[in-house]
Ligand binder design. Structure first.
Ligand code: ASP
Length: 332
């Protein structure tokens, strides 16, 4: 049987049925897990690792580093990894890890649940069994396994608060569908260089959502001396206001003068930003902005956080940002 490391980080799957926060006892959560899902033992030899017990809203880049290091230090001992994680920021952590875990040749499967494990109608049992089974396959990816679907981690996003089908990957096909059988839609990677971990992230950046009537005065007052990049969630294919007091151009110009990288992503989930399509995008290009293509917000953000921490030159960061590093970006 395959050997799997099951890493606990918290979330609803670690909550009591009363829903009063992350309540499973760190000392005996694994016992509770096996009491509820004894069949887990039939799928693999599983070791459990209580890394942290947090609502995922309280996780940050230091947790991503811990998680990456945990996988690194156990990499040779296991065939696959399952990470129990809250759904709220699961796509951020999965995206962040997809950049840090380089030349991954084993499955790293995130899962969680919408309803606590101990609740009668919990989705935890199904998600956990599926995730463990996925971790025994030949998948060489950071993935999210949820509600019988397996998504590429850095293409996934939380789509629903209330549905069991909580995730989607708008611009990327499912890696696998779990029905009577598991249908894997990926080919094994060949000739991978040795596994390596580069886990560092910078938070010297902001996300800006453009909206009608956005007060540009607030933006022009931002202290840009500490900000190295801004991910702009534009309209449609890369549009934003260009006229009168609402024009974002003076702000983009100020960013350029301060050496702040501007990345344009879209508020629309499907398809890719195309900055050549409309005057706004073309002007943004002239002001030095770069496109986030069809990346999810989670990938667009964590990729920049990761690049800024691992590369010194702005040119290199910008160039790598527009390159597909871990399958997060469709190159045309
Ligand atoms: N607030 C929870 C979390 O992300 C939600 C969940 O797990 O579904 O930790």
């Amino acid at each position: 049987m395959k050997k799997i490391l099951l890493i606990q980080t918290g979330g609803t799957i670690a909550m009591s049925a009363k829903g009063e926060g992350v309540e499973l006892n760190p000392d005996n959560w694994a016992v509770t897990l096996y009491e509820r899902i004894p069949e887990l033992n039939e799928l693999a030899v599983i070791d459990t690792y209580p890394l942290f017990f947090e609502d995922s809203s309280d996780l940050n880049a230091s947790h991503w580093v811990n998680l990456a290091n945990c996988i690194d230090s156990h990499y040779e001992d296991y065939d696959g990894f399952v990470i129990l994680h809250g759904t709220d920021t699961m796509a951020y952590t999965a995206s962040a890890l997809s950049f840090a875990l380089q030349n991954l040749s084993k499955p790293v499967i995130f899962t969680g649940s919408q309803v606590p494990l101990s609740s009668l109608r919990s989705d935890a049992r199904r998600n956990l069994i599926n995730a463990v089974e996925m971790a025994t396959t030949s998948l060489q990816e950071v993935a999210i396994c949820f509600n019988d679907h397996v998504y590429k981690g850095n293409r996934a996003t939380k789509m629903s608060i209330g549905d069991f089908d909580a995730f989607g990957s708008p611009n990327y096909p499912l890696l696998a569908e779990i029905g009577l059988d598991i249908e894997l839609n990926v080919k094994p990677k060949t000739l991978l260089p040795p596994f390596d971990v580069k886990a560092a992230y910078s938070n010297e950046l902001l996300v800006l959502t453009v909206f009608p009537s956005l007060n540009t005065e607030f933006l022009l007052r931002l202290d840009l001396t500490k900000i190295k990049a801004i991910v702009v969630r534009s309209f449609g294919s890369g549009n934003f206001p260009m006229k009168g007091e609402y024009s974002l151009l003076p702000f983009f110009q100020k960013c350029k003068e301060h050496g702040v990288i501007i990345v344009i992503v879209s508020q629309a989930d499907f398809d890719a930003v195309d900055l050549s399509k409309y005057p706004a995008g073309r002007t943004a290009l002239e002001a030095g902005a770069i496109s986030g293509g069809d990346m999810t917000l989670e990938s667009a953000l964590t990729k920049m956080m990761w690049l800024m921490a691992n590369y010194d030159s702005r040119e290199e960061v910008e160039e790598l940002y527009q390159t597909d590093l871990a399958g997060e970006l469709t190159m045309n």
